[in-house]
Design a protein around this ligand. Sequence first.
Ligand code: UDP
Ligand code: MN
Length: 261
Amino acid sequence: HLPTIYVITPTYARLVQKAELMRLSQTFLHVPQLHWVVVEDADQPTALVRNLLAESGLTYTQLHILTPKDRKLQEGDPSWLKPRGAEQRNEGLRWLREMGSASRGQHGAAVENAVVYFADDDNTYSLKLFEEMRYTQGVSVWPVGLVGGMRFESPVVDGGKVIRFHTGWRPNRPFPIDMAGFAVSLHLVLTNPDAVFDGDAQMGFLESSFLQGIITMEELEPKADMCTKILVWHTRTEKPKMKREDALQKQGLGSDPNVEV
Ligand code: UDP
Ligand code: MN
């Protein structure tokens, strides 16, 4: 049967959360053998996410871990100041490793024939991307559109191997790859139990902090026609303005808070 794709998605409560998760879940419904690991940045699982997952039709796991306050971006901070979603991705990895060791012995081989992808809740994913990553042996890579102040960033391939990276910023980072630009085999995750995202990593080094312990550039598996096709976009959703809502609320005429948006 097909290798399972474990998709780890950090998510946090905000006005657009349900819309983002709805769009994502309905993309994933088109992908066979996908297991969605949703990790809420919250001290408790929320009803909104629980109900959305229950009604999604997907195979899923709902996890949660609150980002410590000193690591969380504060209102007004520039968005690059601190990495987002690091603790949540690590919680997803912890769950995979726990599941991996629990099932080893019984059907360990089947469990390890799987791939792990870190999918933020606001990006845009082509269905083709998932078939590109499905047979990842170690770490597979591909370009990401609309990222890093560029039309796209990408590994550069020569003779079937990644030889450098096309990026607009600090090309000498160990792995100047966006979170959306790689997938890793579950086997590598399980055989490198200490590989995690460093929530204190310098700006732009979060992906490197995870990848540098487990793979070298030469070993990367280029996908998407030798990294020439864009199958994922680092889209970002505008924060909705609540000017009229706030004005109406002051008159007691705000939208019914019992209606979930
Ligand atoms: N995220 C989170 N907690 C936060 C901020 C973001 O869990 O406090 C999640 C978010 O839902 C997304 C991922 O982390 O899945 C990356 O965040 P974002 O899309 O805001 O980062 P950017 O696209 O600006 O790099
Ligand atoms: Mn984003």
